[in-house]
Design a protein around this ligand. Sequence first.
Ligand SMILES: [Zn+2]
Length: 105
Amino acid sequence: MIGLGNPMKLLLVVALLFILYKMFAGDKKHKQVKKEKEEENLAASGDMVKDPMCGAFVAKDGDIRVRQGDQVHCFCSYDCRDKYVKRLQSGQAPQAAQESEDTSS
Ligand SMILES: [Zn+2]
């Protein structure tokens, strides 16, 4: 009878550890969701802007930016900025297209 006591105790400890692990994992996931929501709030309040190339949130006063008319776009990396600049230069920018139409008419 005493020999049966120990495995039962071990099972209880394992179950407790499992519950604790579940609680910890759930808390971690919850915090991650909260962080994402905070990023969305920052974007809405104007402290963070979306990288137009990859959609990542970057600080509004970040170093990597491109001025396009009176608009300033911020980028997460020089890679994204270069891609955006190339896209502008290839004539895909809507503002540039409108201007060329006005001069031809
Ligand atoms: Zn990017």
